[in-house]
Design a protein around this ligand. Sequence first.
Ligand code: NI
Length: 227
Amino acid sequence: MLIVIEKVLDAQEVQDFRERLSNARWIDGAPTAGTRSVSVKQNLQLDRSDADAVELGNIILRKLGHHPLFISASLAERIWPPVFNCYQNGGHYGTHSDAALMRLPEAGLTIRSDLSATVFLSEPEDYDGGELLIEDQFGAQAIKLAAGDMVLYPSSSLHQVASVTRGQRICAITWMQSAVAETAARALLFDLDQSIQALTPARPEDDPDINRLIHVYHNLLRRWASP
Ligand code: NI
C-alpha cells in the first residue's frame, strides 16, 4: 500500500527548508547503510546530531503529529527522527530493504520499522532521475512527487532511488512503528476510516449506520493493535 500525502509542508516551509539545507553540513551517507547496503548507497546526509537536521526534523514531526490523513494511514506509535539526504552527480541508492529493528541508544528509542516515508523537498523539474522505485505486489512503482509531498510505504518492500543525472534531489526520510504491524490489516482500517470520514458530513448527527461503522473500526483496531 503506497499512500501519497500532499503538502505535508507548504510552499513557504519548503523554501525555508531548502534555504537552511543549502548551507547545511552534508557528509557521505554510505557509512550509515547496513553492511550489505554500503556498496549500493551513494548520497549525502546530515549527521543525526546536526542542529539543522534536529530542528527541521522536529518541524516535520510536529506536522505529522497533527495530520489526520497521516494518522489514519500510519497509526504510528513511534517515529524515527527524520534523516535528510541529498542525491546529485549520479548519486543513487540501489535495491535494498530497510532494517527491521532500528535503535537510537542516546534517545532510548527502538522501533520496528513498519512504514517508511519520504518527504520530497526538491521540485521534480529541478532534477532528472531520482525516482523512488518501490516494489509492491503489482510491480515497481516510480514515485517522484512535488516538493512538500510525502509518500508512505511498507518498510518490508524492496526499494531503490534511481541515479540523479541532473540537479539535486533533497528529501527527508523517516520510519515508524505502527500500532498495527500487518500491512494488510492497516490498509483495511485505513479504507474503512476514509469511508467513514467521507460519509459522515452528509448524515445526521448520531446516525446509527455511521455509529455502527465506527464501532466496527474500533473493534477491529482493538483486535489488531499492539501498541
Ligand atoms: Ni530504504
